[in-house]
Design a protein around this ligand. Structure first.
Ligand SMILES: Cc1cc2nc3c(=O)[nH]c(=O)nc-3n(C[C@H](O)[C@H](O)[C@H](O)COP(=O)(O)OP(=O)(O)OC[C@H]3O[C@@H](n4cnc5c(N)ncnc54)[C@H](O)[C@@H]3O)c2cc1C
Length: 260
C-alpha cells in the first residue's frame, strides 16, 4: 500500500482464497488464504502503468556502470551513455553489473544464494529461496523505503557518497524484512529436508495437524470457526505481510498477500 501501486497490482491479481495442502498424493486441507496470485509480466506491467507519463523512460540493456560519490555513469548496449547523481541497481540475479561496481555474491547456503552488499535493491541486493515467497515483499519494502524516505533526503544535499547510502542498508524496516525473509527460507529448508529426529518428528506432526485440520474444517464452518493449528507467518516489514504457504505449493505466478 505504501508504494502507491497496490491498487494497480491488485486489479490484475486473482484472489486465491484457499491454499490446497497435499502430501503423499492426498489432499489434506483447503486452508483459507489471503494471497493474491499474479503472473510476473502482469505484475511488472501493473507497476509500469503507475509511472507518470512525465517521467522519461529509456529502454535498453545496461552493459557497464561506473560509480563515484558525485556522478554515476551507465552505458547501454546501443552505445548511449546516461549520467546521474543516483543509480539504483535493480537487475535481479544478473551478476554482470554488480561485479562492475564491486558487489560480490555471498552464498550462505548452496542452491540458495544470498548475495549481499551495497547499492542494490530487491534480488540484486539479496535473494532467498523462491519457496519462501518473500521476494516481492523484499523488493517492495526496499522501493518503499527508498522512495518515501532515503532518495528525497539524499538528493536534498550534494553528493551521494557511501555514508549517505549506508543509512538505507541500516534502515530498521528493511533489515527486519530481510531477516524475516532469510529466516523463512532457512526454516522451510529445515522443515523440508532436515534429517534430525526433531525435524522428522516435526514433518509428521505437521502432516497429522494438516490432516486433522482438513477433517475438522467442514464441521468448523458450520459454527463459523476456522481451525488453524499451524498458524500463519507474517512479514515483520511494514509494507505488507505474507500468509503462510505450503512448502509443497508451487506456482509460476508470484503470490502477494492481502494487507488487510
Ligand atoms: C520460480 C520463482 C518463483 C517465485 N515465486 C515468488 C512468489 O510466489 N512470491 C514472491 O514474493 N516472490 C517470488 N519469487 C521471487 C521474486 O520473483 C523476486 O524476488 C522478485 O522478482 C525480485 O524483484 P527484482 O525487481 O529485484 O528483480 P527481477 O524481478 O528479477 O527484475 C530485474 C529486472 O532487471 C532486468 N535486467 C537485468 N539485467 C539488466 C541489464 N543489464 N540492463 C537492463 N535491465 C536488466 C531484468 O530483465 C528484469 O526485468 C519467485 C522467484 C522465482 C525464480
Amino acid at each position: 500500500m505504501r508504494t502507491g501501486i497496490a491498487e494497480s497490482v491488485l486489479r490484475r491479481a486473482t484472489f486465491a482464497g484457499e491454499n490446497w495442502i497435499a502430501r503423499f498424493g492426498h489432499l489434506l486441507d483447503k486452508a483459507p488464504s489471503r494471497q493474491f496470485n499474479i503472473l510476473y509480466d502482469s505484475l511488472v506491467n501493473a507497476v509500469r502503468d503507475e509511472i507518470p507519463v512525465a517521467v522519461e523512460r529509456i529502454c535498453g540493456k545496461a552493459v557497464s556502470v561506473e560509480t563515484c560519490p558525485e556522478r554515476q555513469k551507465v552505458v547501454l548496449s546501443n552505445g548511449e551513455t546516461i549520467s546521474a547523481r543516483l543509480l539504483v541497481v535493480a537487475n535481479g540475479l544478473n551478476v554482470g553489473l554488480r561485479h562492475q561496481v564491486g558487489i560480490a555474491r555471498i552464498v550462505v547456503s548452496a542452491c540458495r544464494p544470498w548475495p549481499a552488499r551495497r547499492r542494490a535493491v530487491g534480488d540484486a541486493f539479496s535473494t532467498s529461496c523462491p519457496v519462501a515467497g518473500t521476494g516481492c515483499d523484499k523488493v517492495f519494502t526496499d522501493v518503499e523505503r527508498l522512495c518515501n524516505v532515503y532518495i528525497p533526503q539524499w538528493l536534498a544535499s550534494d553528493g551521494t557518497g557511501a555514508a549517505k547510502i549506508a543509512a538505507f542498508y541500516a534502515d530498521p524496516v528493511k533489515r527486519a524484512c530481510d531477516r524475516w525473509s532469510a529466516a523463512k527460507a532457512f526454516d522451510f529448508r529445515s522443515v523440508s529436508f532436515g534429517t534430525s529426529p526433531y525435524r522428522t518428528a516435526q514433518r509428521w506432526a505437521r502432516f497429522i495437524a494438516w490432516s486433522v485440520q482438513g477433517m475438522l474444517r467442514p464441521a468448523g464452518r458450520a459454527f463459523h470457526l476456522e481451525p488453524n493449528f499451524l498458524g500463519h507467518s507474517s512479514s515483520s516489514s511494514s509494507s505488507s505481510s505474507s500468509s503462510s504457504r505450503s512448502s509443497s505449493s508451487s506456482s509460476s505466478a508470484s503470490s502477494l498477500s492481502s494487507s488487510e
